[in-house]
Design a protein around this ligand. Structure first.
Ligand SMILES: Nc1nc2c(c(=O)[nH]1)N[C@H]1C(S)=C(S)[C@@H](COP(=O)(O)O)O[C@H]1N2
Ligand SMILES: [Mo]
Length: 345
């Protein structure tokens, strides 16, 4: 059985490449880990405090997004699970963010359930030695089975959150927020390189590109140029997309849950099967768009209290009666009740 995810190569010999920042920022005289957010009480832990918790030793395989892997590296530390048991974390916490004490305030985040499932570790030793400074000593988190950018060097903060807080690479540089090496979730879309990903986020220009599966959850993409882009199965949950231009784009089965789509254009776009639940959609223009199977509210909204509708705001959306007819009965009923449907022009 191969232990190398697709597109990865083994480093030669015992090498451990240095990637990203090469040293921590100015250090406090005593290293402290600040644990905050949805916790019983915010806490500062020293390395000694951490080392008095149950210790976990694990051999993990490092997979860097830049295509090198190093197998079987043994880390010693405390598991995130044991840290959480010590601190007491609210059941409302859905995300965890790890922050570095480094010049560029590096950080990365994970869904909390994923971080626990993967047995995330806060490590101070590697192969029996204290973690060297250049590799994140005295403390870094280690997330097995994710690209190594999820493993933050010089860890000094852990925050438990209700909403995701995108990390340094994930927010602006085009790195995929899920980072599963087995699915090659390297950059925001498959088959693009790092430079292209970063450039696309800087210019917010996706026009005519094939970007199926694009990962834009929570990203600020206001004013995005997406005319004719292929964005099938793309994910824009909670993204800022006001005034975005998706005219003639293919957005079938795309996710826009809780996105801000104020005044966005979907003119002649294919949004079949797309999910707009909870999105801000006032002023959106759907003229000529294909909406078959799209949803804007939970199917059984009529049986539920309004707080559970998870409804998009659809006042002043440009949509024809024919388009409404192409929706399911329950979706169509929602439009007829809450949107002033304009006659075809
Ligand atoms: N604080 C901090 N953590 C970081 C980075 C960084 O630049 N700063 N780079 C990330 C990336 S992209 C990778 S691949 C790994 C590299 O870790 P290494 O230098 O120990 O190999 O650290 C991750 N954690
Ligand atoms: Mo990386």
């Amino acid at each position: 059985m191969s232990c190398l995810p697709p597109g990865q190569q083994l480093v030669s010999g015992n090498k451990w490449p240095l990637v990203g920042e090469r040293q921590s920022g100015p250090r406090p005289p005593i290293w402290k880990l600040e644990v905050q957010g949805l916790v019983d009480r915010p806490t500062c832990l020293t390395l000694n405090d951490l080392q008095s918790l149950p210790q976990t030793r694990r051999s993990i395989d490092i997979h860097c997004v830049t295509r090198w892997s190093k197998l079987g590296v043994e880390f010693l530390g405390v598991s995130l699970r044991d840290l959480m048991a010590e601190i007491g974390v609210s059941s409302k916490a859905k995300y965890v963010s790890f922050a570095a004490c480094s010049d560029r305030k590096h950080s990365s985040s994970l869904e909390l359930s994923t971080a626990l499932e993967l047995e995330t570790l806060l490590a101070w030793q590697v192969d029996g030695q204290p973690l060297p400074d250049e590799h994140g000593g005295p403390l870094r988190n280690i997330v097995p089975n994710r690209y190594f950018y999820k493993s933050v060097k010089w860890l000094c903060g852990v925050e438990f959150l209700l909403e995701d807080k995108l990390g340094y690479w994930e927010a602006d540089a085009g790195y995929h927020n899920l980072a599963d090496p087995w699915q090659e979730q390297r950059y925001i879309a498959a088959n693009i390189d790092k430079r292209t990903a970063k450039q696309m986020l800087e210019t917010r220009d996706l026009r005519s590109r094939d970007l199926r599966g694009f990962q834009g959850d929570g990203v600020d993409l206001s004013g995005l140029l997406g005319c004719r882009a292929i964005l099938r199965d793309a994910s824009f949950r909670r993204a800022q997309l006001s005034n975005a231009d998706f005219s003639q784009a293919n957005l079938s089965n795309a996710h826009f849950e809780n996105a801000n789509l104020l005044n966005a254009s979907f003119v002649e776009a294919d949004v079949e099967g797309a999910n707009f639940c909870g999105a801000e959609m006032r002023g959106c223009d759907f003229r000529g768009a294909s909406l078959f199977g799209a949803s804007f509210v939970v199917e059984n909204w009529q049986d539920l209290p309004e707080s559970e509708w998870h409804a998009a705001r659809v006042e002043a959306v440009h949509l024809t009666p024919q388009q409404v007819d192409s929706l399911t009965t329950h979706q169509a009923a929602y439009w007829r009740r809450f949107c002033h449907i304009t006659e075809p022009m």
